[in-house]
Design a protein around this ligand. Structure first.
Ligand code: DQA
Length: 145
């Protein structure tokens, strides 16, 4: 199976960005751990990060052409703003799990709403980097059902 991990804006700063909120692990560390997990599952995992909305949308479109079976996405702040990213995910109809490192429900009110959550298979938030691992495990379960 092919899995795409997408991380949105500012997640390239993980490790130094508000570590009390987002943890001290860098994105490279998180991705390396997920690659190990993917290998155990026999998944081909492609990890991408962009600060640009159009780039994330283009990668979602490409995922369809490449036969990606499942997407794990932390859309960063685009979670709360991007109808375009929602439309892209709905358009390709690839199942996806939305991940947030922080508990978006325990923060500012504007973080409580997600434009993606209602079309996601599931949402994981507040568990830090472990959320990505849980999402990959859930993806494996979903794909073998
Ligand atoms: C985030 C939560 C968002 O509200 C925020 O804009 C981010 C990161 C998280 O992983 O907790 O950039 O998606």
């Amino acid at each position: 199976h092919r899995i795409l991990l997408l991380n949105g804006p500012n997640l390239n700063l993980l490790g130094t960005r508000e570590p009390e909120v987002y943890g001290s692990a860098t994105l490279a560390t998180i991705e390396a751990k997920l690659q190990q997990q993917a290998q155990q599952f026999g998944f081909e995992l492609n990890c991408r990060q962009s600060n640009a909305e159009h780039q994330l949308i283009d990668w979602v479109h490409e995922a369809q052409q490449q036969g990606v079976d499942f997407i794990v996405i932390n859309p960063g702040a685009y979670t709360h703003t991007s109808i375009a990213l929602r439309d892209a995910l709905a358009g390709v109809a690839i199942p996806f799990i939305e991940v947030h490192l922080s508990n978006i429900h325990a923060r500012e009110a504007f973080r409580r709403h997600s434009y993606l959550a209602d079309i996601a298979v599931g949402v994981i938030c507040g568990l830090g980097a472990q959320g990505y691992e849980l999402a990959l495990t859930a993806a494996q379960q979903q794909l073998h059902d």
